[in-house]
Design a protein around this ligand. Structure first.
Ligand SMILES: *Cc1c(COP(=O)(O)O)cnc(C)c1O
Length: 460
């Protein structure tokens, strides 16, 4: 049987086709758009029920292989996935627990204690697989609001023919987040602290990618949340939780920053998974809540909050949603992206009605976030990390009391927030205690793309 190979296009030009291999290695299309599949496989209920009893790894293999068959065979993919998740503290990769009537989808049992590990461990091994067949050296450059960087470093450290450069906003991530990155000793890991916020870091990385002379000269590759391989690895846990919970039309509440995780849920829904609503839960950086509730997609200054991984104003993956709600029209998408760049985009009524069929949104401020942590500790004896708390709070405000909340990080990663909410100290898991007293290694650089390029050139 000849298997159909999935073709990809860019959100800004859906005429030209790409393969998964190009999509994975390049991350961002040359026209500045994001890659999306030309068409998605849609499962019907009986096809879905065949997946019901699969383990997490088996389910990952089934779903991801739909997208990647031009690049890796199903057998090789299966062993790559087993290897990727062998580093997790929980054998089934994720865990589902109860929080009153809500469920928590615990996604933080990987090596760096946040959900980013699930996609990133997979991606690190995909690079290794690619390089085993291509004699090249690749330099990965990535911006992080705190968790992506640690997860990316853990997945790339020590790997042959790969370097990784991570840009984080100086003094704007938690010390545990920073130490998970800066105490790594492998020689192919470089940490750069930028005098600026996460959006500044992300903009520098974007400008390096669009400087084709530079990016080609170092064979630059990206693992930011726009990388399609990350999105598909994240769709898997929506499927998995649907089978484990065994209920039709569940809603998910998703703490959101770059619109990656919640977009993965949207893709799962488009693939036929019977999801009711996806709740976009934001902290005080609430552009996505304003956008989805009233069409206002104008960005404001980034605020620092207790949930730093969501301190983002420009949600890169939102471009993919814009593309889909405009019936895969890349011309319209391109025009809207121009307006977003000028910071004047308002979502029109037709588009907004389409968005509201699948999404709800809410935002929690700092005080509410701490109250949610405190109340859940007192009532349920569960300590939520501040990002998860935003997800729990958003669902509560929307009166969706029996939805599934994505629990995106281990609370020990954010001791300041936890200490401000309750009088308790969440310890790091034993295996990670050593980072607390280890020497840190990072370079502080100005918020200036040319300077960062020079630094990277001197290291590759
Ligand atoms: C990255 C992150 C988020 C936001 O996820 P997006 O995919 O960027 O929307 C939420 N919580 C935690 C702990 C994170 O690390």
């Amino acid at each position: 049987m000849v298997k159909k190979i999935m073709k990809y296009v860019s959100t800004r030009d859906n005429f030209k086709e790409y393969t998964f291999k190009e999509v994975f290695i390049k991350g961002l299309a040359d026209d500045g758009g994001l890659y999306v599949p030309k068409s998605l496989k849609k499962y019907n209920i009986s096809e879905l029920s065949a997946f019901k009893d699969l383990s997490y790894n088996e389910l990952s293999t089934e779903i991801i292989s739909q997208f990647s068959s031009d690049f890796i065979s199903k057998d090789e993919l299966s062993s790559l996935i087993s290897k990727s998740y062998s580093t997790f503290r929980d054998k089934e990769v994720i865990k589902i627990s109860n929080l009153g009537r809500q469920k928590l989808l615990e996604l933080f049992h990987g090596p760096t204690l946040a959900f980013k590990d699930i996609a990133m461990q997979f991606i690190g091994n995909l690079y290794e697989y690619y390089l085993s067949k291509n004699n090249k050296k690749i330099n990965i450059v990535v911006a992080t609001s705190g968790d992506t960087g640690a997860a990316a470093i853990d997945s790339i450290k020590g790997k042959y023919n790969l370097n990784i450069f991570v840009l984080h906003p100086n003094n704007r991530i938690s010390s545990v987040q920073r130490k998970l990155m800066t105490t790594v000793e492998e020689k192919n890991v470089f940490n750069i602290a930028i005098d600026g916020n996460f959006d500044d870091c992300q903009n520098i990385v974007k400008s390096m990618f669009s400087d084709l002379e530079f990016s080609k000269s170092i064979n630059m590759s990206g693992v930011n949340s726009i990388n399609w391989a990350r999105i598909i690895a994240q769709t898997v846990y929506y499927f998995y939780s649907y089978f484990r919970i065994g209920k039709e039309n569940i809603s998910f509440s998703v703490p959101t920053g770059n619109f990656g995780d919640v977009f993965a849920g949207y893709i799962a829904k488009r693939m036929g998974l019977p999801i009711d609503k996806l709740i976009v839960a934001t902290n005080e950086n609430d552009i996505l809540h304003r956008a989805i509730s009233k069409g206002d997609y104008v960005s404001k200054k980034v605020k620092e909050t207790y949930s730093p991984s969501m301190d983002i104003q420009l949600a890169s993956n939102f471009e993919r949603l814009i593309y889909y709600i405009n019936n895969s029209d890349s011309k319209i998408t391109k025009n809207i992206m121009k307006k977003i760049k000028q910071n004047i985009y308002q979502i029109d009524k037709l588009n907004l009605d389409t968005i509201k069929k699948d999404f709800l949104s809410e935002s929690c401020n700092e005080k509410e976030t701490l109250e949610i942590i405190k109340n859940n500790y007192e009532e349920n004896n569960i300590i939520l990390d501040p990002h998860t708390a935003v997800g729990v709070g958003a669902a509560k405000k929307l009166l969706l009391n029996d939805c599934v909340v994505l629990s995106t990080a281990h609370p020990c990663k954010f001791p300041n927030a936890i200490n401000s909410a309750i009088d308790k100290h969440e310890k790091l898991p034993e295996a990670l205690q050593h980072i607390l007293n280890k020497e840190e290694n990072f370079q502080v650089l100005k918020n200036n793309a040319e300077e960062i390029k020079k630094f990277i050139k001197s290291k590759v």
